[in-house]
Ligand binder design. Sequence first.
Ligand code: ATP
Ligand code: MG
Length: 410
Amino acid sequence: MTETQNFDKTSLLRLAFKGLTEDELQEMATVSQLCSYPPEHILCREGAYEDIFYIIADGSAVISKNISEEDGERILRIAGKGDLVGEMALIQNAPRSATVRTLTDFTALEMGKKDFETLLSRSPSMALNIIRTTLDRMLSNDQLAIQELQNTNKVLRQLDRNKLEFIQVAAHELRTPLTVLKGYVNLLSTFPAIKETPALGQVMDGITKGADRMHEVVNTMLDATRIGNETLKISAVPVPLKRIFIELSGDFVKAAAERNIELIVEQDPNTPSINADPSLIQKALVHLMVNAIKYTPDGGKVIFRSRPVTLENNAQGVELSVTDTGIGLDAEHHELVFEKFYQVGDVAIHSSGKTSFKGGGPGLGLAIVRGVARAHGGKVWVESSGHDEVNFPGCTFYLQLPIDPPKPLA
Ligand code: ATP
Ligand code: MG
């Protein structure tokens, strides 16, 4: 780097810091040096503690940030004449938040933090002006970032819609041949040759179970497209939760017994009936129950509770919860598990049964539960101290619903 002779530092400083007096600009010029760099020179390195800031006199530099190992580096902006880079180093003792690399032959006025601070301590009005300019620049950078985020969100929403449409088409296309297949399997099982040969009967059972499971997955896909749609309308009727609870736990007695899991129902006797869509409420509870059994090892417990509650908006409601003594869930996944297709861990090592320990699934159950909760003006969340396949801390999933769903949705 070299100091370039006869360069008018004050006119560049005037461009960068509006509102400073000529004396203040002169003073600033005395503590700044003009330096030149070739292209591809790193001026600031993300993560490093450096205390120089630059006012670009000539050339341009790219400012980029490392997003993640997967997504690599992202360009934030290209800076040119009159722009400041590395100005955060003047205000806070933090590592560089981005990397700045020269793109062309490059000249900048440089100032060290110490010189800058000495200068500021002599003139509070200058300090104020500089900080104002620096904050203005940071604000306009923020606005650019917000704009970019809004655009990205728009694209993501569209991609999400495309994904839902794809699932819908795929599920419809799979359902027709599956129905044909099930029809023929039923017909085949009536053939005397099959009835009289136990080995063939077992094969037919296997095919029937496989086809039924596929049918369930296809239906879950269709539910996810319908319930994931924000415009879902519900037709509310009185739903006797206490009875639904008993019926539902009855449906799971066999699956739980096969895995030696104890099913416990604890209902507060004051649990009220709610006005809701019974089939949607049932679907949501089934998904929570299947998960609780699926992620609990043999010999564990699943507790199904209901109680009346006052909701956040002071309306009366109910809280339904499913507690298990299973593998638990780390805090980082507590929100994300409610996204469509989100699964924790290696999906490839899942076993295939619906309620077998860590059995597979498309990852749509909890997205459906959240869709049902939202459509009724309620909410769902999970509490767990973390994932642990030795001590099995378990999870509790809570579903809160108002007694009356919000009017516009009903
Ligand atoms: P699907 O429900 O579509 O058959 P899935 O069960 O994998 O498939 P979700 O019900 O949406 O999908 O659950 C998402 C993920 O959340 C699961 O893959 C699992 O990792 C985690 N999870 C859900 N319930 C529990 C639970 N009770 N204990 C531990 N982890 C759970
Ligand atoms: Mg599930």
